[in-house]
Design a protein around this ligand. Sequence first.
Ligand code: RFL
Ligand code: PHB
Length: 389
Amino acid sequence: MRVQVAIIGGGPSGMLLGQLLHNAGIDTIVLERKTREYVLSRIRAGVLERGLVDLLEQAGAADRLHAESITHDGTVFSVNNEYFNVPFSQHTDKPVTVYGQTELTRDLYDVREKTNGKILFNVEDVQLHAVDGDSPRVHCIAQGKPVSINCDYIAGCDGFHGVSRQHIPAGVRSEYEKIYPFGWLGILSETPPVHRELIYSNSDRGFALCSMRNDSLSRYYVQCNASDSADQWSDKAFWDELKQRIPEQFADTIETGPSIEKSIAPLRSFVCEPMQWGRLFLCGDAAHIVPPTGAKGLNTAASDVYYLYNAFKQAYRDNDLHGLDSYSQTALARVWKVQRFSWWMTSMLHRFPVHTEFDLKIQRAELDSLRQSKEAQAALAVNYVGLPY
Ligand code: RFL
Ligand code: PHB
């Protein structure tokens, strides 16, 4: 088989890039290791920047999002019992959109199927060959049979645990990493959200987040030990802990119910440089991870997709390789700004085991500044709604 761009990974990055290229007449195949059902069972992001929504529109996958998503013009921060709102609309002209990654990925699968885009699920043993030459190839096993794909370029959209990144030679690749000494225990429950906006909570017992998917589906998180397992947290233990970490007004009114999903996510910052080697281009979590506190992982995957999609169009339509040659540099410039914001949000809101009284005072001063200063709120707002591409 021959395609122009072979895409490894059918998560949101691979599907969005694949659909944009497909709509632009560039021939692609998406190779996904898991089944469609498995990918759609992973509960992840919920807050989308305008840039991502625009790309979904261009991909022809935004109809359901427009009908079912919720728009947020601000967010709440709380410190023990006190809370304040940071209004985005006073500082930016963009809101954020609340719509689950699961639904967004489902929409991308549906549009790929409807437009006859090539995709193979459940592929095994994906191998990349000759990525630094003119004719890269991808081999894999699909439905028990070997498949060989010749292509012009490979997009490595296979997430943090994928194979693509390893093809950048060790002598060329630099990896920057920070592992946080805690995780997030998250649950999904079929209950109405406790508040119409998200609540990011710094409490003496640790961080908590009240989020949502729609009017009758809530997503809540509490900071937990990195070594905890989700099974050891009963629903009751989760709700009791959450209620102790949010202001009383919300604890008293929150509607609880059985969890329909419960999982623990580790918190990590990670960047791989460069994001390109020969004809291989990394995109999304394959190249970088942020702690979820700033809601930036999926959104940063989307900015990579934007740069890479435009670079491929420039290469195929105008025979101009400038966008592809500068992809890594362009994407990384934004990635590091997003890393800074996600690290800052994480540092401001969590309890670290090494925290001294001094550190806690600094953290409180940071939150006081955010509450009192329009400039501090503006800085948060422009980052939270999304830096320009
Ligand atoms: P994904 O989603 O990991 O998809 C990669 C896909 O590649 C497949 N794969 C392979 N396929 C073929 N061959 C191989 N060898 C393969 N190896 C892997 C995998 O099966 C998978 O389907 O990466 P992608 O597409 O780059 O998307 C990134 C996002 O998923 C991620 O950044 C976000 O979920 C992060 N994130 C959030 N991001 C936001 O922008 N806003 C949020 O509100 C937000 N909340 C979150 C989050 C992540 C979380 N967790 C669980 C880490 C909340 C949480 C709790
Ligand atoms: C979510 O709804 O899953 C969510 C929202 C905001 C974040 C992280 C996760 O910062």
